[in-house]
Design a protein around this ligand. Structure first.
Ligand code: EPZ
Length: 424
């Protein structure tokens, strides 16, 4: 397995181009199944999850053409016919978003057999809300040998679906399913993450009728069919937030080019509160720190527009060097503190109390061999390593390749000493 090596304690200085958002690109790709015409997606990041989903779409009957460009890849996905409605365990177990083919498959074909999902080990991550929602729309659901069997031979029907908790994946799935349902569907307590808005905008370009975008109530008037479209994937707010934290951590000065500050405003506010300099403009963000030590700052993860759980690990890495004690509360996932024991290997002082981590800032971090446990936890280790004295080796870096495009190149261009040792 590849390892990443970082010789730390150097400020990051320069410009980092922000890629298209993984968590927008993946649902957008599954939306291509809703039409027999071509969906062209631009600004798609080159990541393993995108390649795995392309493979799954191929199994279902799509032709996926990829053209690599200087500003992300362009994927053209055509599915004149769905040739299989089975999404196999071998692929769906690798990453959670592949489960989201469920909605488009039932909506277009009236039947789907989709393996229960895998993904990052950050909690139980059930799919009950997806299934209850589809049932409300008239689908029959069975669970057989690890697969969800969904059947709606006469098509889905519009329904009012109120979710007891906000779920990004359930909202994506039910939103896509509702576009081809008979009548109006109302999704109450829907997620309103920027990635949901991006999917809704793409669906509208494909002919869907959706209102309430950006609010927690989405209204979808089902249509007979959707058509092809061209859509640009939004900038990755989690990648941008991660590099913003890395810049603050190393006491550097970094401009994030192509970032959309309004999509990670909560994280930028917390960085400001901790003492980092933040300047925002149309399509860019500058983060800097001039020698002053950061101050401990509390955060609570929340659904959008709150502080994102996908930046919690990275922010914890930042707080390990802040002055004072910060309390980090994780409210979205029940087991998303796997990075704590790895951060301790750098000399961080963190204790866990249920859904809270107490981080007592230390004077310095020192390099250590560490192990990546999930995608965002891996990013936290990169951030700690960039600030630590000495050479860190990060193992199991395949997690990073799922979510960070050209990580070594982007950080290297800002002065980081970072390199990858390929597995023999
Ligand atoms: C998406 O996961 C993201 N994944 C996650 O990013 C992100 O952390 C999460 O949303 C929250 O923002 C992708 O976009 C591919 P949820 P998702 O359904 O959709 C519970 C990353 O690192 N729940 O909003 O799976 C669930 O257990 C990944 O890129 C149910 O109880 O998240 C969790 O506690 C990691 N029943 C909470 O809801 C359900 O049926 C929120 O999960 C569904 C969810």
């Amino acid at each position: 397995m590849d390892t990443i090596h970082i010789r730390g304690a150097r400020p990051l200085r320069g410009t980092i181009p922000i890629s298209g958002a993984k968590n927008a690109a993946l649902p957008l790709m599954t939306a291509a199944l809703l039409t027999d015409e071509a969906l062209k997606l631009t600004n798609v990041p080159a990541l393993t999850d995108v390649r795995s989903l392309s493979r799954l779409l191929g199994v279902l009957g799509s032709r996926v053409e990829r053209v690599t460009g200087p500003n992300g890849d362009t994927l053209t996905i055509s599915t004149p016919e769905i040739t299989s409605t089975t999404a196999p365990y071998e692929i769906v177990s690798q990453f959670r978003a592949s489960f989201w083919v469920l909605g488009p498959l039932v909506a277009r074909c009236g039947t789907a057999k989709v393996s229960l999902p895998g993904g990052c080990a950050i909690g139980a991550r059930p799919v009950d809300l997806y299934l209850k929602g589809l049932e409300k729309m008239g689908a029959e659901i069975d669970l057989v040998e690890g697969y969800v069997l969904a059947s709606a031979p006469n098509g889905l029907k519009g329904a009012i679906i109120r979710s007891p908790i906000v779920s990004v994946g359930a909202t994506h799935t039910l939103l896509m399913a509702a576009t081809l349902a008979d009548g109006e569907t109302v999704l109450e307590n829907a997620a309103r993450e920027p990635e949901i808005c991006d999917l809704a905008n793409c669906l509208i370009a494909m002919g869907a009728k959706i209102s309430g975008i950006g609010t927690s109530t989405l209204r979808i008037e089902g249509v007979e069919r959707l058509h092809g479209a061209t859509h640009q994937v939004i900038a990755d707010r989690i990648e941008a937030g991660t590099y913003a934290i890395a810049a603050a951590m190393t006491g550097g000065d970094v401009t994030l080019e192509g970032a959309s500050p309004e999509t990670f405003d909560a994280a930028l506010s917390v960085l400001r509160a901790a003492g980092a300099g933040v300047e925002t403009g149309q399509g860019h963000v500058r983060i800097f720190r001039n020698g002053e030590r950061l101050q401990a700052t509390n955060v609570v993860t929340q659904v959008f527009p709150g502080f994102p759980t996908d930046l919690q690990a990275q922010f914890m890495a930042l707080m390990t060097l802040a002055e004072g004690e910060s309390e980090i509360t994780e409210t979205i996932f029940e087991n998303r503190f796997m990075h704590v024991q790895e951060l301790a290997r750098f000399g961080a002082d963190i204790s866990l109390h249920g859904d809270k981590a107490l981080v007592r800032g230390v004077g310095k971090l020192t390099a250590a061999p560490v192990m990546a446990s999930d995608l965002r936890a891996s990013a936290a280790l990169i951030i700690a390593a960039l600030a630590a004295e000495g050479e860190t080796t990060i193992n199991r870096v395949y997690h990073l390749d799922r979510g960070f495009e050209r990580l070594e190149t982007k950080l290297g261009a800002c002065g980081a000493e970072i390199w990858r040792a390929k597995a023999q």
